[in-house]
Design a protein around this ligand. Structure first.
Ligand SMILES: *Cc1c(COP(=O)(O)O)cnc(C)c1O
Length: 393
């Protein structure tokens, strides 16, 4: 019955192009940008940055939330804070974005790639220990598509082996693991507000400092290695160069945009979850027939960041992409695994099998997902995927 509903809505849908993603303005972005300009300061560290950080500290309880100009910047700060250097190793999935690895490679450390689970596409927690050696310092779980890694096992293992945990929660803003927001579980967590994510500011990110011992140094690193933050709080009478660091603050105009997004963050994620559920429901007959695999139902714990499906093989995926493109529907794939990318070969190494990563990355397809995607457009995408397999959805 649900499928017949979807089909009738599909007929009602316009035949216009459906992009893969589309950034949306959701509230008072323009108003807040004007306010930031009127405030007379548009560099980092202004009132909107503080409001964003207060919002984050409340929504994702952490010792300290530091806004950054990107998640990559937050990962770089985290890498500095972990103290890794040449010869040290950092365990992470290969099925992730380059930023996860390059932040640590910039410190001279070596990424050690392990395979992922075929169900969540997240790092296989049972393979982490075999990848840990004398020089391993850090584990980086990446919460792919906003679905949580198995954090209990990862935190237990890291604690037992004396490793730090840096969560790459770039895709996982407002997703949870057993009731705890992602990014708040490891010693450090990194979020992204890039325009391709759920909550956006063009470029943008945040470092969540969950272990208080990193908080003071994190501020110094973000402020070009100076104690400028302490100076502005009146804790020192001049600020000086204290440590290594870089320029990781976002400007006020970005923070103003972001704060307007934060005000609607729950609603944005709820809508994406609804779209995710529509896709799941619509494609279930294909999954039952064995044509495709689809991700599990996520309930309220996940943020509906990505809806993926797995095809039989790479050729089927290429043919389906062509079919959808022919219907003006843009669907894309993810990732060229880091261990087989040129820089991954040069700077990293593999520990254990990569069979799941290799297989999944050649068969995964991401369907259009964005706030303003209409139910009828989801129905049209579902119907076209069905038509490709000769089924009437
Ligand atoms: C988007 C993304 C990043 C980088 O985020 P930016 O804010 O663009 O720097 C890092 N890791 C993962 C898993 C991502 O999806």
């Amino acid at each position: 019955m649900a499928n017949r509903d979807l089909a009738s809505r599909a007929e009602a849908a316009t035949a216009g192009p459906i992009p893969f993603g589309k950034p949306a303005v959701v509230g008072r972005e323009l108003e807040y940008i004007a306010e930031a300009i009127r405030n007379g300061t548009i560099a980092g560290g202004g009132p909107f940055m503080k409001r964003c950080e207060a919002w984050l500290e409340q929504a994702l309880p952490s010792h300290r939330a530091l806004l950054a100009h990107s998640c990559t910047a937050a990962l770089e700060m985290a890498a500095i804070l972990t103290g890794v250097g040449p010869g040290d190793e950092v365990v992470m999935p290969s099925f992730t974005f380059s930023a996860t690895a390059t932040a640590f490679v910039l410190r001279g450390a070596t990424p050690v790639f392990v395979d992922i689970r075929p169900d969540t596409l997240n790092i296989d927690e049972t393979l982490i220990e075999q990848a840990v050696g004398e020089r391993t310092r850090v584990v980086v779980p990446v919460h792919y598509a906003g679905l949580a890694c198995e954090m209990d096992s990862i935190m237990e293992l890291a604690g037992r082996l004396g490793l730090l945990v840096v969560e790459d929660a770039a895709q996982a803003h407002l997703s949870h693991y057993k009731g705890r927001p992602l990014g708040t579980i490891g010693q450090l967590g990194c979020l992204s507000f890039h325009e391709t994510k759920n909550i956006i500011s063009g470029e943008g990110g945040a470092l969540l400092v969950n272990d208080p011992r990193f908080a003071d140094r994190a501020e110094v690193i973000r402020e070009k290695g100076t104690d400028r933050s302490r100076f502005f709080r009146g804790q020192v009478d001049k600020y000086t160069w204290q440590d290594i660091g870089s320029s990781y603050c976002p400007g006020e105009i970005i923070s103003a945009f972001l704060y307007a997004q934060f005000e609607h963050a729950e609603a944005v994620c709820a809508r994406r979850r609804a779209l995710y559920d529509l896709y799941r429901e619509g494609l279930r007959p294909l999954a039952e027939a064995g044509d495709v695999s689809i991700p599990a139902a996520t309930g309220a714990e996940a943020n509906g960041h990505i809806f993926w499906l797995l095809l039989e093989d790479e050729a089927t995926r290429a043919a389906l992409i062509r079919h959808l493109n022919g219907q003006r529907i843009n669907a894309v794939f993810h990732y060229v695994p880091l261990h087989s990318a040129p820089a991954g070969v040069k700077y990293g190494r593999v520990a254990g099998p990569m069979a799941v990563t290799d297989s999944i990355s050649s068969r995964l397809l991401r369907l259009p997902m964005y706030l303003e995607l209409a139910d009828a457009e989801v129905a049209r995408v579902v119907a076209e995927v069905g038509r490709f397999f000769g089924r009437n959805l």
